[in-house]
Design a protein. Sequence first.
Lengths: 284, 263
Amino acid sequence: MSKVISVAGLRKSYGSTKAVDGLALEIEQGEIFALLGPNGAGKTTTVEILEGFRDRDSGEVKVLGFDPATKGRAGQSWRDRIGIVLQSTNDAGDLTVLESVSHFAKYYANPKDARDVIELVGLTDKADALGRTLSGGQRRRLDVALGIIGNPELIFLDEPTTGFDPEARRAFWLLVRKLRDEGATILLTTHYLDEAEALADRVAVINHGQIIEISTPDQLGGRATSLATVSWRDGQQLQTEKSANPTELVKKLGQQFGGEVPELSVKRASLEDIYLEMICGTYE
Amino acid sequence: MSKPTALSIGLERGKLEIKQFMRQRESVVFTLLFPLILLAIFGSVFSNSIAKGVTFSQYFVAGMIASGMVNTGFQQLAIMIPMERDFGTLKRLRGTPMPASSYFIGKAILVTLSMLVQVLLLLAAGVIFFGVNLPTSANKWLLLAALLVLGSTCSTVLGIAFSNVPKSGRGASAVVSPVVIVLQFFSGVFFIFSDLPHWMQQVAAIFPLKWMTQGARSVFLPDSFAQREVAGNWETGRTFAIITAWLVLGLVWAVRSFKWERD
């Protein structure tokens, strides 16, 4: 498989603050890759360097085989192949959804059909509504429509579901999977760990400008082999025990109670538990 | 499908800019109607003659046409672009294959159209209500055309350059409008330039609006009025030279300072 994004030794400082400090990562074609990290970890700076919005101090960066820092005409044909969905924008309130999407289609050499894209993001009913009359979630879907109208090979999604209700988020996840199934590679940044878990093939946790770990969501931080928490009720007392062999423990409890164990539960660490441990563990 | 060019995208941007402009009632009123209101007020209050065959209204219409270039170019863009920067419009565009030049072509189309509408409205109101005489010689019309092309281009470029001065979109109007209003007072739009204090005339002579108003007077006032100008003549050559100098300065300033994102 070819690398859609490859980064090595990436560094960027603002004054004496090292925002990105020797970051390396590779993203394969056709995967949904999530970048996780607390505010100020270097996530935004990294993504903006990959998007060509920001220059780097040093390091190797290739996005679709192209250095995003390249200026001039070459950059335009590269931009023809990527789609960027930025964080909260609030523009073009005086244009209808269809007008905005059709207009953006004219920037690209090989765009998708505007009406198809509007349908894909679920705004067909709102095609003739002015931008400023859209709800927050509809507005975000318009942002996505504008980001994918150019038929991009690579899509950047920056906090795409902030402010969505649970139903809208599920619908949005379906849309992202659909885009991937059509062949796009997706780089997602998000604060929602359930979102990363639901969508991402691989996640990278970034802190202090460096990658702490890259893994699949279920393997991150040794999650698959981490201790399970078993809890049950013993008379008045709620008991909990961490165990590497929870099956054994449950069997033993079964024998001890001679049948059902009251209020039995076995829990693995959630992605959020693991993530917080990783972030706080490296925090001094 | 063939690859779009900077010009084809620029024309599309122009159409879009005009569509958005027409849908914003504030922009239509503020940019196009406000000068007419001013003309109605000033034309009614100062109805006296200021020289043989020249009323204040005529003088004022010439000044307002020059101001029209500043309003639709400099003022409109220096307020609109910071707002687009705040809204994320510019950053979004930067992330597409749209060439930067297409964005500016679109703005130039918007300015040209709104400037032409503005000048036509002022001329129509001037002729119908305030006895303004339209030029009769082809030379004067040519001079007007040259003045509008050069002045409007200069104003557009300076508006793009100045769009980096306001700290935010919301504050842009408060930063830009006073600059324009003070220049209008200094440059012989609201008062007769030769009656202004000497120091004010000297300050105004640094900036292009003074030269635009003088150029507009050379089109709309009889040549006999030229002797009432500070220099005693229309100074047409100097007028075009100074506006061109500002155009070049604005171009360098705009290219060097234009930002697609708020820092």
